[in-house]
Design a binder for this molecule. Structure first.
Ligand code: 3PG
Length: 218
């Protein structure tokens, strides 16, 4: 791994990162406002749809108070691409040296994905101590996070995949969980039907559950 510096994640308040698939870039700015209204100041716009790049660009230009990141990064060249669109961080579903290196070269804060202790060890050796656990439920969920807390005590996770309002609090209370990701706040169909108030409502619910988890953790 070449010696380019690692970049820490930008500051944002929310502990829940909405994972977003968006099919029309012109829906990105109203979506960002709907999330902000519900107390969520971070969003992961995935590259799963061709509109993803333009959506990132629009939010980054029009909604500076929203910390917009890029998700589903699977190819090294996408890291420079999303950075030039204004993404402030990026995440991948998995781990590879090419992606880790490209994120460093792009100067972009980056969260690689892992599913096993071996992958977590490799990511740590490359300097990453915040990792996306994906797919979290299939990897073992809370049990897996608890098991990794001992031997990998200095690694923090962003479990994603299978998180919902029903299990959000217990995940956020887990000491090695820094953040969680999930798609439940921003269903594609709701975005396409511009159901902004409904999205704000789910964002508010996630914000309240986060506050509950933080109060329980103290
Ligand atoms: C992702 O797309 O990163 C995850 O699959 C999100 O999982 P979820 O749909 O279970 O929240």
């Amino acid at each position: 791994m070449a010696n380019a510096p690692l970049h820490p994640l930008p500051a944002f308040h929310s502990k829940v990162i909405p994972v977003i698939v968006i099919s029309h870039a012109d829906q990105a700015v109203p979506l960002a406002h709907a999330l902000l209204k519900g107390g969520i100041d971070v969003m992961e716009i995935t590259l799963r749809h061709a509109a993803g790049l333009a959506a990132i660009e629009r939010v980054s230009r029009a909604v500076p108070e929203m910390c917009v990141g890029a998700g589903t990064i699977t190819q090294a060249h996408e890291l420079a691409q999303v950075r030039s669109c204004g993404a402030r961080f990026a995440l991948s579903p998995g781990l590879s040296s090419d992606l880790v290196q490209a994120a460093r070269e792009a100067g972009l804060p980056y969260v690689p994905g892992v599913m096993t202790p071996s992958e977590a060890l490799q990511a740590k050796a490359w300097g990453h101590d915040l990792l996306k656990l994906f797919p979290a439920a299939q990897a073992g969920g809370l049990g897996m996070l608890k098991a990794m807390a001992g031997p990998l005590g200095d690694v923090r996770f962003c479990p994603t995949g299978g998180i919902s309002p029903a299990n959000l609090v217990e995940h956020l209370k887990q000491p090695n969980v820094a953040l969680v990701g999930g798609s439940w706040i921003t269903p594609l169909e709701w975005i396409e039907h511009q159901r902004w108030d409904d999205i704000t409502h789910l964002a508010q619910q996630a914000t309240q559950l986060t506050q509950q988890a933080q109060a329980d953790r103290v």
